[in-house]
Design a protein around this ligand. Sequence first.
Ligand code: 13P
Ligand code: SF4
Length: 421
Amino acid sequence: MTSVDVAITTRPSATCDADLAKGPWEFDLSPGYGPGASEDDVIPDPVTRPGQLPTAYQRMSEDELHERIRNTKKALGDKLVILGHFYQRDEVVQYADFVGDSFQLANAALTKPDAETIVFCGVHFMAETADILARPEQRVILPNLAAGCSMADMADEDSVESAWEDLMELYGDEPDADGRQPVIPVTYMNSSAALKAFCGRHGGIVCTSSNASTVLEWAFERGQRVLFFPDQHLGRNTAKAMGIGLDQMPMWNPRKPLGGNTEEVLRDAKVLLWHGFCSVHKRFTVDQIEQARAEHPGVRVIVHPECPMPVVDAADESGSTDYIRKAIEGGRPGDVFAIGTEINMVNRLQAEHPEMTIFCLDPVICPCSTMYRIHPGYLAWTLDGLLEGEVRNQIVVADDVATDAKVALERMLAALPAGTK
Ligand code: 13P
Ligand code: SF4
């Protein structure tokens, strides 16, 4: 049984999603199983879907799965690198050679050029990014193809192309007297490879939560406005911190003509915010922060910038998952931290720092339910496949998409997070 399973079993009424209380294989088949960030993937059939874990692995004990993972990892040695995102469950992240935020993991994929295989214990868009940045001989595996990102699915290529056409019609495609383009597209890392390629083709860039302000500065040097997708909250929080007024950040709703705006509003806009969000981070509220402050005077409140703006404003600080980790590592015994991000990461930080009190602002257990789909069973099965000469659950980005996406990703890697040298 996994640590989150334990927590769920002992507090059955306190999860954000009733499906999480199911057994891991029942959960794996529950509705919502999908391809994640790549709209080009075929949605797997719930019965015959590719990449499904064989029954033999579903029946193995946790001990046997872990023994297999340890042995296979040892046998593969330097031919294998395992990457893990901070939100990944402990049972899996313990095998990662690198654990980090999205920006660090994009870089980490480049630091082991000799590894034949990169096993990405994160979500679909992260594995796609690793495939784009990896050497051609390297291959990338996402142990469970159902580990997508619901936010990434909120912006698809057709909707973004159609928004772009509307904007080109309105603004034209001529630069201003300073040579700045009418609009620069900026996609959050949490998006499909197709959207990263769109940005590469149209003079745009990718950002992560750790370098979003550097990226917006880059974009405003080259453009009069930014079309930011898919996360409205990261876009709004970052632009507001740069001094851009809320009246100059209209929302772009892809289901409405002109995104639901008038031409006048769009002409005056500085940042057009796509109507997307993360279902884990939108759960955090100002009330939770007030309660934490009432119960723990002196508490330091840090939230992820995917949280809604009033929450970020009410917190003491906001930053990427690595920012949160570093802030806690810089804490002193007795410090109290209330954190607005995913529960696996918060619980791990508390376990690593028993000298402090670290808790999640959200009183219910809310893991990133797609990362949660990477169970040790999937890790064991995909690693065993490598020893048997079978590559399971590989992520392959088509060459034409990868070429354009790489342009936008390399711009991102050069836009270092503020304060980094
Ligand atoms: P980070 O880049 O901060 O790791 O965030 C990734 C993510 O998906 C947060 O929901
Ligand atoms: Fe996507 Fe939210 Fe999970 Fe991050 S926490 S990977 S944005 S669903």
